[in-house]
Design a binder for this molecule. Structure first.
Ligand code: GLA
Length: 392
């Protein structure tokens, strides 16, 4: 099973206290960290994320009506909505559940109401995809009660649609796909055009460390949408459907004809796709050193060409890279704040984490959070055994 950091029992216990009986199901979906392949998903390119051992959990049981009623242990509040009358209430946690219900209904799925208790330990707004985790855990919950087959790819697309059209965040497919389809001990090379995946083991003797700068991204949506627009402009100028279709050679030949800003953006995407494919091969043969070099190059490209880093991310990445145990480090996720990721020697991982945290705090006055994390499986669902029902 997956590590639950005590959250599975927390939601089950809280469910029993509130409802006087055990839940029928426990749904879970993880956050993610992207090893490499940043801002490539909406260019139909490749990404190499892994699902992490931090997740959103929901304990639930069906209701006889069309209401969905959920208590959040994190926000200490209960929210409900009616499946027959979906209405966005703004940007609060329950919107993600409604968004998924809306997208499922758009696919003609008949949904049942349910009541549940939720809790999670994916930090919010840190760039570790807490919203995708919540969407996929909700999708698991609806699917369980309505007897829908779980198809990770279909559910990821559906959750992405929920996020794009209901929440109004115009993200790519990476976060939903890895939360739906992650594999324990592995990163997934995802082809964001075909949605084919190849699982790539995290090499033995290495650890993935998440370095949270304790900065949060502001104005990220407009900056993100600008970057998407620049990429679309570049693809149009190069007469291709998406930047995925441009090889490095072709880019170099055409680069001079592109406006400088568009050229920089496109150069990041074209080289990042190449780095991602190479990193997957290097990971597969256990060549952590090469993966690290590619991660370092990725950070430079995101900082200088795509311009989505910020000072604190650059500081933490440089401090990480300076450590002997570190193969490579880069910012991860959309950027503008949040987290970096490092690949390090497993035996030195705890010392690495402590040193970088101390150095960063000294340099910035901010207190970072550092997690050595492991690759976990994607969204899962567990039927609560009858014995647990009887025990209540
Ligand atoms: C966010 C989006 C993803 C992806 C990354 C950048 O996490 O949700 O779709 O575009 O930014 O790689």
């Amino acid at each position: 099973m997956t590590s639950d950091n005590g959250l599975r029992s927390a939601v089950v216990r809280a469910f029993e206290e509130r409802h006087g009986g055990a839940p029928a199901w426990v749904a879970r979906a993880p956050g993610r960290v992207n090893l490499i392949g940043e801002h490539t998903d909406y260019n139909d390119g490749f990404v190499l994320p892994m699902a992490i051992d931090r997740a959103v959990w929901i304990a639930l049981r069906p209701r006889d009506d069309f209401k969905v009623r959920i208590h959040s242990l994190d926000f200490d509040e209960t929210r409900e909505f009616d499946l027959m009358h979906l209405a966005s209430s703004g940007m609060e946690w329950m919107d993600y559940v409604q968004a998924v219900a809306w997208a499922l209904q758009k696919r003609d799925r008949n949904l049942r109401g349910w009541e549940g208790v939720t809790a999670g330990d994916v930090p919010i707004g840190a760039g570790l995809s807490s919203s995708a985790a919540f969407e996929l855990a909700s999708a698991r919950a609806f699917a369980a009660l309505s007897g829908l087959q779980w198809d990770a790819r279909e559910m990821a697309l559906l959750a992405q649609r929920a996020e794009n059209e209901w929440i109004g965040v115009y993200c790519g497919i990476m976060d939903q796909m890895i939360s739906a389809a992650g594999e324990s001990g592995h990163a997934l090379l995802i082809d964001c055009r075909s949605l084919e995946t190849r699982s790539v083991p995290v090499p033995p003797g290495t650890s993935v460390v998440i370095l949270d700068t304790a900065t949060r991204r502001g104005l990220v949506d407009s900056a993100y949408n600008d970057r998407r627009r620049h990429c679309e402009e570049a693809a149009a100028a190069l007469d291709v459907a998406a930047l995925r279709d441009v090889s490095r050679e072709r880019f170099e030949m055409a680069a001079a004809s592109l406006p400088p800003l568009i050229r920089k953006r496109a150069r990041h995407v074209v080289t990042e796709i190449e780095r991602t494919l190479e990193a997957a091969d290097a990971l597969e043969r256990g060549d952590a050193r090469r993966v690290g070099e590619l991660m370092n190059q990725s950070h430079a490209s995101l900082r200088d060409d795509f311009e989505v880093s910020r000072r604190e991310l650059d500081v933490i990445v440089e401090l990480a890279q300076a450590q002997g145990a570190c193969y490579g480090a880069r910012m991860t996720g959309a950027g503008f704040g949040g987290c970096a990721v490092a690949l390090v020697q497993a035996e030195g991982a705890e010392a690495f984490a402590a040193s970088v945290a101390a150095d960063y705090q000294r340099a910035t006055g901010l207190e970072p959070r550092v997690y050595v994390c492991s690759a976990s499986e994607g969204a899962s669902l567990e039927r609560v055994p009858e014995a647990e029902h009887a025990a209540v």
